[in-house]
Design a protein around this ligand. Sequence first.
Ligand code: DI6
Ligand code: FE
Length: 403
Amino acid sequence: MTITLWRHARLASFVGPQPWGWVDDGALLVQGDTLSWVGAEADLPTALHADAEVDLQGALVTPGLIDAHTHLVYGGDRAAEFEQRLQGTRYEAIARAGGGIRSTVAATRAASGAQLFDSAAARARCLMAEGVTTVEIKSGYGLSAEDEARCLAVARRLGRELPLTVRTTSLAAHALPDEYAGRPDDYIADAITWLAQQHAAGLVDAVDAFCDTIGFTPAQTGRIFDAARRLGLPVKLHAEQLSDQGGAALAARCGALSCDHLEHLSPAGIAAMRAAGTVATLLPGAYYFLRDTQLPPVQALRDAGVPIAVATDHNPGSAPCLSLLLMLNMACTLFRLTPEEAWRGVTVNAARALGLADRGTLAAGQRADFVAWHAEHPREMAYRFGHNPCHRVICGGVERTPA
Ligand code: DI6
Ligand code: FE
């Protein structure tokens, strides 16, 4: 196992009480795929052995970025729907008229496995170019036993073939497919059967649902969650995006890893999330693209000490966004997060939203996922937008070559 010492970096470690977990002149010792020592150059143990040394010459180093909420696998696009919305038709109205998610379902079912893989891989590479080392990918555009499993298998294959960790989430309860029109409870019953099959095939790390007026009711969501818990799978929820359904409290009572969107989150939802330690994953790209005006209750989340994550929500309908760095900026400008909060949202709290304790900070014992930047300070990435200063990416101890 090779041991490499990365020296003379400015570290934003997100560990310890100081802002950013800042270390002025720091070093990282990488042993295989793990960080075995992290700290100030001045504190480097004298007896330390390394096979190789890299001088980072003062470059800024952060943990690898984690995009904790995406829908990367789907067919087609929704550019025509975007034009419709620009002419005044609302997102919900398009969905109710059979467009929206269901039009992507038709395109996804029509796509070959190779098409689904190639298009998703191209999207994943865009995220990776900005320093993303872990991504969560949801199903939810297949909505049949076969097509949901196909999309999850594509996501798993991305994790095997790209230098990137992929966590998969089953989101069969995303929309009601046409063949179940008027029979949402039958659909949920079938989706529960598929979930057990997906789980047996090793395709699922977590279970999600869309609890909203154009999605599923809290009762239907609860049935999916009960099934997930029987299988020992953690849950998360698209909650209170378009209306307050009490979904966040329901999810929190099921020990949810995260509740996502949350523009219409109530004080009761916040209290339940706080009690359960559930992460609030904010998705400023969807808020922006749908021209939403209802802000998520950021100050109340802060006051309650609910950890906040930030993600792209990449999907063809409400957030066709492939830049997690842009989400740092939008989380600050639109939601008034501080740059440090936004950064914690794509590192330490994003890891927590995925139930991963082995990443998201720079500390001994963590996976060696880190990024060196052409920047002095991470606040610059929250400040600029449309700019990518990513310099070098180390994923599991191995340096990634540029895509
Ligand atoms: N909320 C979202 O923002 C995405 N899914 C969801 O439940 C949008 C999905 C889409 O419009 O295709
Ligand atoms: Fe989403």
